[in-house]
Design a protein around this ligand. Structure first.
Ligand SMILES: [Zn+2]
Length: 195
């Protein structure tokens, strides 16, 4: 499971930015608490804590970032990805809702948790929300349409062959947050996470 989450985060936040070719000085190292000592507190180390509950954090959400930091001027920030709502037996935001006997369970949960993790890191790297109810799945889709963010595909079941690879990219700003026009959520991270 950890391997699947880390692979998703690596693809979303690092490989796609390098593949875009937008910034030769893009530079991001992704560590994890299984394989690495915790360097939080050192220069240019931000973290996403995956685990814990609403009760423990005092914040009624699935994920939250310390800031939306356009330009990524603060490079030592924290975000949370809580696991209680994601683990409920039922409910739109629960991963269990999208699992059946046909599901690759680790593949699906690893990708979904990795996508939420990339979303929260996306905020402290500079991205605002985009529209979660249009046809474009984007990792910066606002909460409220979890099936799109988790990438369950047209069959509504996670961990099956039709699951899309949800990535950063171009989408329209979320209409409820005061902006209009297009946001390139990939381009921004490629340019703000830089040497
Ligand atoms: Zn968000």
């Amino acid at each position: 499971m950890i391997d699947a989450i880390v692979a998703t985060v690596e693809e979303n936040l690092r490989q796609d930015m390098i593949a875009s070719g937008l910034n030769r000085r893009f530079n991001l190292r992704i560590l994890n608490s299984r394989d690495h000592a915790d360097p939080f507190g050192q220069a240019n180390v931000s973290r996403v804590i995956i685990g814990g509950t609403i009760d423990e954090s005092g914040i009624p959400t699935i994920g939250i970032a310390q800031s939306i930091d356009p330009g990524n001027f603060e490079t030592e920030e924290s975000a949370l990805v809580l696991l209680d709502l994601l683990s409920e037996p039922t409910g739109e935001a629960s991963l269990n809702t999208y699992l059946t006997a046909a599901s690759d369970r680790i593949g699906f949960i690893g990708r979904a948790v990795g996508n939420v993790t990339a979303h929260e890191a996306g905020h402290f790297f500079g991205d605002w929300h985009v529209d979660q109810f249009n046809e474009h799945a984007n990792l910066m889709d606002q909460g409220g349409n979890p099936a799109l963010m988790f990438g369950v595909g047209a069959d509504g079941i996670g961990g099956t062959a039709d699951d899309p690879d949800v990535d950063f990219g171009e989408d329209v700003f979320n209409p409820g947050e005061g902006f209009t026009g297009l946001e390139n959520t990939l381009g921004r991270i490629a340019l703000t996470v830089t040497r």
